[in-house]
Design a protein around this ligand. Structure first.
Ligand SMILES: *Cc1c(COP(=O)(O)O)cnc(C)c1O
Length: 451
């Protein structure tokens, strides 16, 4: 496909089914936010105009995916839909033993319960929070080894998702045989959706294989990562996206995947390995918790939709549009006057609330103040990723995640306009205090009050 020569970003799809979005008065939004204890997770979806809480399971399925649902074979064992799904995963990844699971964390749980345990260590560029929780639940130690640039929101390095290779060498020295698994999360969600380079993947893979340590990918955003390699890494601009993706998977011994991201389905996930011994363990654990190996935690129709979505996610025109649209979104927010994390990642824009609302101390949760202001001003729902979500966090961010194929450029422009209005009254914004909180994962259900 030739590069897009026009200034205007257009959606590479037209719309066949529409879903109304709610518009509330400012008074109604204020009442909703009060009822929700100023916690955006507790709003009703009907109270949100543009929902940028997450890109997980919120994408729009294509006509081909909806059509594929009707082809679902709901046989308990040996379903045709499983074989179709498995063939697509084999073609994309080349990894032999493929298990469907209901979502990414089910794959992580099976992996953790079968091959991890007390005393073991997992090294990752940055564990996603459910991955870390599953590793730790098994009694193993989860260690993050991001590159230094990942910590600096102003650093514009192209591959801030890379693993720090010196830190990896040191961790191998320190933990020796205790290292049971190395994982590469692509893109690196916790670090702002930043991609991992092919060069880094190759270097990590070499080190693992010299030591006989398996390397797994957390491949939730494998297609967006492939796009960034195509667009940013020297030597890959002439490669097709499926070839890049295949090369990424070729370096790994297996992977976990939430298909709710680049599978573009509402529910689904994958666990896969090349190792027949691990495959046996996975199969046994799968049957215990998810279901028979030819359906995992899903219906036959879900497997059909996933098979179609996994291939659509690698469409070059779609990925070019998505990356460009998110970059445009980030540029617009920054022009409006709110600093963002650079460079823009693959699935979200991260607003630096700590810098924007420098008059609000960390203890008064500037990220939550900005997230609530965006909702009050225009019904935009984002999520605080700072001291409220992770007590002790270094940065006070607000993530605006972009669901796949769901919103148009006009929705992006509207969101930027709402941000401009928030900027105009930035100095009036106040912080928050927590009035009620549960013992863990407080950001989902805590209640807050404005100061
Ligand atoms: C979403 C996500 C997961 C967990 O997947 P679920 O489908 O939400 O269970 C794991 N890793 C990464 C990088 C993710 O983004």
């Amino acid at each position: 496909m030739s590069p897009w020569p026009y200034r205007t970003i257009i959606e590479p799809f037209r719309i066949k089914a529409v879903e109304e979005i709610p518009f509330l008065t400012e008074d109604a939004r204020r009442a909703a936010l009060d009822r929700a204890g100023h916690n955006l997770f507790k709003l009703f979806a009907e109270e949100v105009t543009i929902d940028l809480l997450t890109d997980s399971g919120t994408g729009a399925m294509s006509a081909d995916q909806w059509a594929a649902l009707m082809l679902g074979d709901e046989s308990y064992a040996g379903s045709r839909s499983f074989r179709r799904f498995e063939a697509v995963v084999h073609r994309l990844t080349g990894v032999k033993h493929v298990f469907p699971v209901h979502q990414g964390r089910a794959a992580e749980r099976i992996l953790a319960r079968t091959v991890l345990g007390p005393g073991k260590v997992v090294l990752n560029n940055t564990h996603f929070d459910t991955t870390r929780a599953n590793v730790e639940q098994s009694g193993a130690l989860a260690i993050d080894l991001p590159v230094a640039s990942a910590r600096d929101p102003e650093d514009t390095s192209p591959f801030k998702g890379d693993m720090d290779l010196d830190a990896l060498d040191r961790a191998f020295e320190e933990y020796g045989d205790r290292v049971a698994l190395v994982m590469i999360t692509m893109t690196n969600n916790a670090a702002g959706g930043q991609p991992v380079s092919m060069a880094n993947l190759a270097a990590v893979s070499d080190r693992c294989h010299q030591r006989g340590v398996p390397m797994f990918l957390d491949a939730a955003r494998f297609a967006e990562n492939a796009w960034f390699i195509h667009a940013r890494e020297p030597g890959f601009d002439s490669w097709s996206l499926p070839d890049i993706a295949r090369r990424m998977f070729d370096m790994a011994d297996g992977f976990t995947m939430s298909a709710k991201k680049d599978g573009i389905v509402h529910i689904g996930g994958i666990l896969a390995t090349r190792d027949p011994v691990w495959a046996d363990k996975f199969r046994n654990e799968l049957i215990l918790g998810e279901g028979f190996p030819t359906y995992g935690g899903l219906a036959g129709r879900d497997l059909e939709a996933m098979a179609v979505g996994l291939e659509e996610a690698l469409d070059e025109g779609y990925l070019r549009y998505r990356a460009r649209s998110i970059a445009y979104f980030a540029e617009g927010i920054e022009k409006a006057g709110i600093p963002v994390v650079h460079p823009p990642g693959g699935h979200a824009v991260y607003l630096d609330a700590g810098r924007f609302l420098s008059h609000i101390p960390k203890s008064a949760l500037p990220g939550q103040a900005l997230a609530c202001a965006l909702y009050l001003e225009g019904g935009i729902r984002g999520v605080e990723v700072g001291s409220f979500m992770f007590p002790g966090a270094r940065l006070e961010l607000v993530r605006l995640a972009v669901p796949r194929r769901t919103y148009t450029q006009a929705h992006i422009d509207y969101t930027i306009e709402v941000a401009e209005r928030v900027v105009a009254r930035a100095k009036d914004l106040r912080g928050y205090r927590i009035v009620k909180e549960p013992p863990f994962l407080r950001h989902f259900s805590a209640e807050l009050a404005p100061l």
